[in-house]
Design a protein around this ligand. Structure first.
Ligand SMILES: Cc1cc2nc3c(=O)[nH]c(=O)nc-3n(C[C@H](O)[C@H](O)[C@H](O)COP(=O)(O)OP(=O)(O)OC[C@H]3O[C@@H](n4cnc5c(N)ncnc54)[C@H](O)[C@@H]3O)c2cc1C
Length: 268
């Protein structure tokens, strides 16, 4: 789609050339930006030109993903010692409703910053307690967990001039056993609910619900909960919503069933 209000598309060579504002915003894969009108925008700054390395193993065994890492690059990260959670990356990536073009162009940073309920990589970050590294316009940076960054549908804590630089995963979360469930009203439909979960080596149980809620909902227990404890936690989620992809009560009901499946799987 043409974006007729744009007067510039800038190709930066360094951080100093980002100069973002509320009307000049980052362009990553462009799959969402060019899919609907953006009449409030006057400029785009092409982050892909900065050539960030898509991912790197940190010296402490954690993972740092560049915000510009594409979905296709994410799922080709080879297995690494201590990274038992890697299959969850593919599960979450495949929950994105997408064509070949989106698979190869959409970025992790763009997915999280777009903050759709069906934000496939939001569930991944939420379940693994991933932290965003956010560059601030004064040249500094701040850090925020993915699950806190996404405040509501299409709303994040990102301020004008800020840019997501990276998504970081701690070694302890990467070492966890993971489980995943997704359901939609039709075989290739947009997600009705998405559940991504992990069980840490110390037994801790973390479940992130997205897709059916207006923001990521993270549930934590020090060990695998009882069925009643988990059902009560799902019952306590306040942000179910209705749209053409599912009614709020259906989303809550199927999430409870799928959460119990995950509980049994991770208890084994
Ligand atoms: C047919 C179709 C199906 C889709 N299905 C899904 C789906 O199932 N689930 C889903 O979540 N999304 C879906 N999307 C939306 C979108 O394609 C994805 O969210 C994609 O991951 C966005 O990434 P991108 O790199 O293309 O972002 P862009 O389109 O380049 O940018 C999206 C937004 O994020 C901002 N942004 C990008 N990178 C950064 C950064 N590093 N820091 C700060 N802000 C940034 C941009 O300024 C813009 O506001 C779909 C889109 C289409 C067209």
């Amino acid at each position: 789609m043409d974006l007729p209000t744009l007067t510039e598309v800038r190709i930066p060579r360094s951080r100093a050339e980002l100069a973002l504002s509320d009307t000049v915003v980052p362009l990553a894969g462009g799959t969402w930006l060019f899919s609907e009108p953006q009449d409030h925008l006057t400029g785009l700054v092409d982050l892909m030109a900065l050539g960030w390395t898509p991912w790197r193993r940190r010296t402490d065994g954690g993972l740092s993903l560049a915000a510009t890492c594409t979905v296709a690059q994410l799922v080709t990260i080879p297995s690494q010692p201590g990274w038992r959670a890697l299959p969850l990356f593919r599960h979450c990536a495949e929950s994105l409703l997408q064509s070949f073009k989106i698979w190869h162009s959409a970025t992790i940073g763009g997915n999280i910053a777009t903050a759709l309920a069906a934000g496939a990589l939001i569930g991944l970050g939420g379940a693994l307690d991933a932290e965003l590294v956010i560059w601030t316009p004064d040249g500094g940076e701040r850090r925020e967990r993915v699950a806190r960054f996404v405040l509501a549908q299409r709303t994040t804590s990102l301020l004008p001039g800020e840019v997501v630089r990276a998504i970081e995963f701690e070694p302890s979360a990467l070492a966890a056993t993971t489980a995943f469930r997704r359901i939609a009203l039709s075989p290739l439909g947009r997600a009705g609910t998405v559940l991504a979960a992990r069980r840490d080596l110390d037994g801790a149980f973390v479940l992130c619900v997205t897709g059916g809620t207006t923001r990521p909902e993270v549930i934590r227990f020090p060990d695998v909960p009882s069925p009643a404890e988990l059902a009560a936690a799902i019952d306590g989620i306040p942000t179910w919503f209705s749209d053409p992809h599912g009614a709020a009560d259906w989303r809550e009901g199927v999430s409870a069933l799928l959460a119990e499946e995950i509980r049994e799987e991770l208890a084994r």
